[in-house]
Design a protein around this ligand. Structure first.
Ligand code: PLP
Length: 370
């Protein structure tokens, strides 16, 4: 990224001089890397400021372009707020949105989706991987169902890119949101994949201006961030398979130790989840005390950073049918590229000791353990 802040500082949209060409070449290379990674073409990549903007562009852009065809959108109760909020905004504009429930393992039941399709459904937006509990939705089956009903399929792949294989052709995805900072890339850059053929997706721009990104997203491109984004994705892709196996082992190592405790629950499907995600709910402890107890040893969160300004219990855990108390007493462990088995053991020992000592302190009868 660094040379693009200093030596090669041109504007990729400046087509009349060398500085512009240098930047344009860098952006072109990055676009190609991203396209190759997801089996798309470079023209199908629209750079955005991140997945929030990509989700907004996909959902509002499709709604605006297709409203004369229909005004019904289908999504999940467990989506990120960057999908839920644009959908609620559409409701205010007169669209109808079905927020589908999930099973207790966090997965969508395909029969429930099939029943939700209507003649006026224009878009299905279902995430690839959940940001709190890590579950992987059945994208191939959903893509197949949407395609056979001629309904556009958008997926929020912010958590999935670089972590699991994503082939927009095989999965029949029409729009896909991505972001750099969940794969060790820079913050403030992402992209939306927008299918150009079979079918050609129409999208109403949400940022109007100079007509960049084929008119879908105006604004001067942020060259250093784009270069960093593609490099991060390239690195993650190169070791995706081996890293996936390594992280799955570390996750199992953590769960094997934690599950020796009584009354601790894994959130989300045990296997169909991101390799590095372990989300647990702990009975008989106060959520805030639990986080405080863990913090000296490990950086964990109860939900996601994106909802940390809200004090309500996680809407994702509530959708799994967890009680409010359990939703609060939940911890998401995220295991990544730089973690080792020794760290996992240290975290597990600390978590077990913390939970045991908190339970000894707890006197409330509602916290009785079986
Ligand atoms: C992080 C995240 C987002 C938001 O991405 P930004 O790039 O931070 O805007 C959206 N969806 C999911 C599932 C995420 O994990």
């Amino acid at each position: 990224m660094l040379p693009y802040f200093t030596e090669h500082f041109g504007n990729p949209a400046s087509i009349n001089h060398l500085y512009g060409w240098e930047a344009e070449a860098a952006v072109k290379g990055a676009r190609q890397i991203l396209a190759d990674t997801i089996h798309a073409t470079p023209e199908e990549i629209v750079f955005t400021s991140g997945a929030t903007e990509a989700n907004n562009l996909a959902i509002k852009g499709v709604a605006e372009a297709y409203f004369s065809k229909g005004r019904h959108v289908i999504t999940l109760q467990t989506e990120h707020n960057a999908v839920i909020d644009p959908c609620q905004y559409l409701q205010k504009l007169g669209f109808e949105v079905t927020f589908l429930p999930v099973q207790s393992d966090g997965l969508l039941n395909l029969n429930v989706l099939e029943k939700a399709f209507r003649p006026d459904t224009i878009l299905v937006s279902i995430m690839a991987a959940n940001n709190e509990i890590g579950v992987l939705q059945p994208l191939a089956e959903i893509g197949e169902m949407c395609r056979s009903h001629s309904i556009l399929f958008h997926t929020d792949a912010a958590q999935a890119i670089g972590k699991i294989p994503l082939n927009v052709e095989a999965l029949k995805i029409d729009l896909m949101s991505m972001t750099a900072h969940k794969v060790y890339g820079p913050k403030g850059i992402g992209a939306l994949y927008v299918r150009r053929r079979h079918p050609r997706v129409q999208l109403a721009p949400q940022l109007h201006g100079g007509g960049h990104e084929r008119g879908m997203r105006s604004g001067t491109l942020y060259t250093p961030q784009i270069v960093g984004f593609s490099k991060a994705v390239e690195l993650a892709e190169a070791e995706q398979e081996s890293e996936s196996e390594r992280l799955t082992q570390l996750r199992q190592r953590l769960w094997e130790q934690l599950s020796q405790l009584e009354a601790i629950h894994l959130n989300g499907h045990p296997m169909k989840r991101l390799p590095g995600n372990l989300s647990v709910s702990v009975e008989g402890v106060d959520g805030a005390a639990l986080l405080l107890g863990l913090q000296p040893v490990v950086a964990v969160s109860s939900g996601s950073a994106c909802t940390s300004t809200k004090t309500a219990p996680s809407h994702v855990l509530m959708a799994l049918g967890r009680s409010e108390q359990l939703a609060y007493a939940s911890v998401r462990f995220g295991i990544g590229r730089f973690n080792t088995a020794a760290e996992i053991d240290k975290v597990a020992q600390n978590a077990i000791a913390t939970i045991q000592s908190l339970r000894k302190l707890t006197i409330s009868p509602s916290h009785d353990l079986k």
